[in-house]
Design a protein around this ligand. Structure first.
Ligand code: FAD
Length: 407
């Protein structure tokens, strides 16, 4: 047999996915039937269900209920290799990705989906006094500070017969701040009510500080108003039109006054993962998101996809929201595009399908703007059941779903 009779072995395309969050994980899963070799790199070994992070911060859920090893999620998908490492650089010309370990990965297609991080609006020095909540580690730090505050007060009462007022200050009344403030109020006023003998946990003050004139800024005004009312019913003191000027140890200075606080939590600013700037492709907006075209590619790089919170994709003149739905849909779309390329078909343009938004405000309270499968603005208990159903549906793993439902 001459060499020309040998079957031609075409090399499989290599897809490197950075980030095993909602976008990266869904892209990998959606490529399960594709004739490609996928390497998924994440600096954590787990996929994190961020929407339930504040439940970990208030000890309603355990970290393992919302974090699942990426490796085990993709266990049965033979075309994926999972690598624990941090990506630190790119060479788009030679199509290589550099990792912190020193290892290099080469690709035919690159998917960058490294999400977002906190932004302290140029005041990174505030971070040590007011941690934000993005990772399991953040949630555990916040949980510790919340519960230690009550423990210290009980001990102080025993030692001195009095205790410093317990004040929890949450900065930023977007969905994360609203959910956190509501959950802390529930913890103080319901869950811990009977656990202490010397102090009254329910007397704790929860301040929610917001620079704008309403909570849940991007939501319809009616839902913002309902969220405000529900927060106030829980005893949260909502301070609108209040700008934070400085944060020190247990002290928040605003344009409306200075507020001592036992625990300060930052929920105000979001910036894209720094990999957006490092990539060196496309236009990077002021939050660090990379502008992508209708195929989710940065300018000049059809082989690179930017997805999820890191992407700046505009539809009907505005940037699509940085939420889980966007990331999931983008992940699925990038996989469809790669499959189209492999089948020599035309690439489909991306269209964000907005199913609506919701935020929970403590136990059995929420607001929701549903756009699919039905259109409705919900508040209170019906919205809370909607919120619960959707979160259970998207959580990875049956065991976790059952535990979260029960909790
Ligand atoms: C507290 C909180 C509550 C939220 N609540 C909601 C909600 O109720 N509903 C909703 O729709 N959305 C919510 N969101 C937003 C939602 O979680 C995000 O929009 C979504 O996670 C974005 O997905 P992503 O895949 O782009 O990024 P992520 O899910 O953040 O995943 C990014 C991944 O990249 C990895 N990574 C980062 N940098 C590197 C690197 N250099 N090298 C290797 N790996 C790296 C990270 O470890 C991570 O696994 C919430 C977010 C937070 C923080």
């Amino acid at each position: 047999m001459s060499t020309s009779d040998l079957p031609i072995r075409t090399a499989r395309k290599r897809v490197v996915i950075i980030g095993g969050g909602f976008a990266g994980l869904n892209a990998a899963k959606a490529l399960h039937n594709a004739d490609v070799d996928i390497t998924l790199v994440d600096r954590k070994n787990h996929h994190l269900f961020q929407p339930l992070l504040y439940q970990v911060a208030t000890a309603t859920l355990a970290p393992t209920n919302i974090a699942q090893p990426i490796r085990s999620i993709l266990r049965d998908q033979k075309n994926v290799t999972v690598i624990l490492d941090q990506v630190v650089g790119f060479d788009l010309q030679y199509k290589t990705v550099k990792m912190e370990s020193g290892a290099l990965l080469t690709y035919d297609y690159l998917i960058v989906a490294t999400g977002a991080t906190h932004s302290y609006f140029g005041h990174d020095e505030w971070a040590r006094f007011a941690p934000g909540i993005k990772t399991i580690e953040d949630a555990v730090v916040i949980r510790k500070s919340i519960f230690l505050a009550f423990e210290n007060a009980e001990r102080q009462m025993l030692e001195t017969g009095r205790y410093d007022p317990l004040v929890f200050a949450v900065i930023g009344a977007g969905p994360t701040g609203v959910e956190l403030a509501g959950a802390i109020a529930d913890t103080a006023k319901i869950y811990l009510r009977k656990d202490y003998r010397l102090i009254e946990p329910g007397d704790a003050r929860i301040l929610l500080i917001e620079g704008l004139d309403r909570v849940l800024g991007p939501y319809p005004a009616k839902l913002s108003a309902s969220a405000l009312k529900q927060l106030q019913e829980l005893g949260v003191e909502v301070m609108l039109n209040t700008k934070v000027l400085n944060i020190e140890d247990k002290l928040v200075t605003t344009d409306k006054g200075v507020f001592p606080a036992t625990v300060i939590i930052w929920a105000a600013g979001v910036a894209a993962s720094p990999l957006g700037k490092l990539l060196g492709a496309g236009v990077v907006d002021k939050r660090g998101c990379v502008t992508v075209d209708q195929y989710l590619n940065p300018a000049g790089h059809k082989e690179v996809f930017i997805l999820g919170d890191l992407a700046h994709f505009e539809q009907e003149g505005k940037q699509v929201p940085g939420v889980a739905q966007t990331a999931i849909q983008m992940g699925n779309h990038a996989a469809r595009t790669i499959a189209a390329d492999l089948g020599n078909q035309e690439r489909p343009p991306f269209h964000y399908f907005d199913k609506g938004e919701m935020a929970t405000i403590g136990r059995m309270k929420a607001v929701a703007q549903l756009k699919w499968p039905l259109k409705a603005d919900l508040t209170g208990l019906p919205a809370w059941f909607g919120w619960l159903g959707i979160h259970i549906l998207f959580l990875v793993g049956l065991k976790n779903r059952l535990i979260v439902l029960l909790q």
